[in-house]
Design a protein around this ligand. Structure first.
Ligand SMILES: Nc1ncnc2c1ncn2[C@@H]1O[C@H](COP(=O)(O)OP(=O)(O)O)[C@@H](O)[C@H]1O
Ligand SMILES: [Mg+2]
Length: 265
């Protein structure tokens, strides 16, 4: 039997000369396929009884993830679920036990150390819960670091860094040592440092986890605004379910798998 609704749609198309809508395949920027991560057991060996031994730990097995261009994806999950470990794999800070990570056409998991460093400098902007700024350097120098690391001359690097400090609302703090800035300001600087290289991917691991409510809101709002304004593709780990709900998708890491948190709710 013909579905009447289907029929309606077909007649509409037949009755006009309008071309059928083009369904564009959305570009997948980041892809993890069958990802497995097992931290190996540490045997006590000669130091038996020292407490240094621990059993193997399987964090995920056969985990899949696709992130499309322009998406802002939140990853939530209990402490210890493996969220940070997953981001490390996506950023080539660690290698999977099995499975693959792809960024565009590049197979991240099989990079040499040099390729991994280039990938992190070129394609990934990373924000940690604790900012890891260099406290003795100015905010401006901290933001310029990834550009200096890739061999850009100091003048142009500082110039580009200044644009990004302005972008995060800290143009007037450029010469302050980062150790003198507040927690929220430090996280803004680390966001500018993550984006100064114009990466295709922003990875943020609990970027507001260390901040009080109002400051967290301001920093999350800034991430959202930058994501929109610069057409970023972003993966954010957060404990804040309200922030997660403001993302395009919410994935929960549970029992070593990513599940759609909204569908499960
Ligand atoms: N390098 C490592 N070696 C062994 N175990 C680790 C290592 N890194 C993390 N773990 C363990 O893996 C689990 C998941 O850690 P993590 O990815 O930091 O979780 P989350 O970010 O979700 O809190 C924890 O039990 C942690 O102790
Ligand atoms: Mg973590």
């Amino acid at each position: 039997m013909i579905d009447p609704l289907d029929g309606d749609v077909e007649f509409e198309n037949e009755g006009t000369l309008e071309p059928l809508p083009v369904v564009r395949e959305r570009t997948v920027v980041m892809r993890a396929v069958g990802l497995t991560k097992i931290y190996a057991a540490v045997s006590a060996g000669a130091g038996a009884g020292s407490g240094s031994e621990r059993p193997a730990l399987e964090l995920f097995r056969g985990l899949d993830l696709r992130v499309h261009a322009g998406e802002m994806v939140a990853i939530v999950g209990e402490s210890g679920a493996g969220k940070s470990s997953l981001l490390h794999l996506l950023a080539a800070l660690d290698t999977p036990t099995a499975g693959e990570v792809w960024c565009g056409e590049s197979r991240v998991g099989s990079f040499t150390q040099k390729q991994a460093a280039e990938y992190r400098n070129r394609d990934v902007g990373y924000v940690w819960q604790f900012h890891y700024l260099l406290p003795e350097f100015s905010a401006l120098e901290n933001v310029a670091m990834p550009l200096l690391a890739r061999g850009m001359r100091r003048g142009p690097a500082l110039e580009q860094a200044r644009v990004w400090l302005d972008e995060v609302g800290l143009g007037d703090r450029a010469e302050h040592r980062s150790g003198e800035l507040s927690g929220g300001e430090q996280q803004r600087v680390s966001l500018a440092r993550a984006l100064v290289t114009e990466p295709r991917l922003l990875l943020a691991d609990e970027p507001t986890g260390d901040l009080d409510g109002k400051t967290a809101e301001a920093v999350f709002g800034l991430i959202q605004r930058l994501h929109e304004a610069h057409g970023l593709t972003s993966v954010l780990v957060t404990h804040n379910l309200e922030f997660a709900e403001r993302c395009d998708r919410v994935l929960r890491l549970r029992d070593g798998k990513l599940v759609n948190a909204r569908a499960a709710a």
